[in-house]
Design a protein around this ligand. Structure first.
Ligand SMILES: *[C@@H]1O[C@H](CO)[C@@H](O)[C@H](O)[C@H]1NC(C)=O
Ligand SMILES: *[C@@H]1O[C@H](CO)[C@@H](O)[C@H](O)[C@H]1NC(C)=O
Length: 149
């Protein structure tokens, strides 16, 4: 493959990569006095909460799942959250986002591949003429000189 198209293609992929696998996960941080807990706002995590006082119906989750990061949810997910806290302490829910680890790995792997391709392209275009020259000088030429006419 010629170097320039490959280079352009690689650059294009480099620019596009973060957009391809962008998928954020929402988390709900519930704080009560000194205690806090972080709940992953995904269906599978919400159905496997270790301390939940009652099952959470993930079919009713709001399209913007941060809407479900509420005192109610915190109270169900972690019933003992306010145990030992001062009487006037209340649950404070806070929604935040993070890229999923899996996506980050995919993007990183993808970038490595692209960078590898770029490096290979650049190296090849620089190394190949040198190798060819050496080959011509020490390999091919000697054979040509030694061979009888
Ligand atoms: C999520 O939020 C929506 C809208 O506020 C509500 O109707 C639904 O019951 C909530 N679901 C859960 C599991 O909290
Ligand atoms: C909250 O903290 C109290 C002690 O301050 C503790 O007894 C309780 O188990 C904690 N709850 C959680 C959910 O960590």
């Amino acid at each position: 493959m010629p170097a320039l198209p490959l280079l352009l293609l690689s650059l294009l992929l480099l620019v596009a990569a973060p957009a391809i696998a962008k998928d954020v996960i929402n988390f709900c941080k519930c704080t009560c006095g000194q205690n806090s807990t972080i709940i992953e706002l995904t269906r599978s995590a919400l159905t496997h909460l270790p301390h939940a006082s009652e099952p959470i119906d993930t079919d009713t989750l709001a399209p913007n799942v941060c809407m479900n990061c509420t005192r109610l949810l915190c109270g169900i997910a972690e019933p003992a959250l306010c145990d030992g806290a001062a009487v006037d302490d209340d649950i404070a829910p806070l929604c935040f986002q993070r890229d999923s680890l899996q996506d980050e790995l995919i993007v990183s792997g993808f970038l490595l591949l692209v960078i590898g391709l770029l490096a290979w392209t650049v190296l090849r275009s620089h190394v190949k003429p040198v190798v060819d020259r050496l080959w011509t000088r020490y390999g091919y030429t000697n054979v040509a000189q030694d061979s009888p006419n």
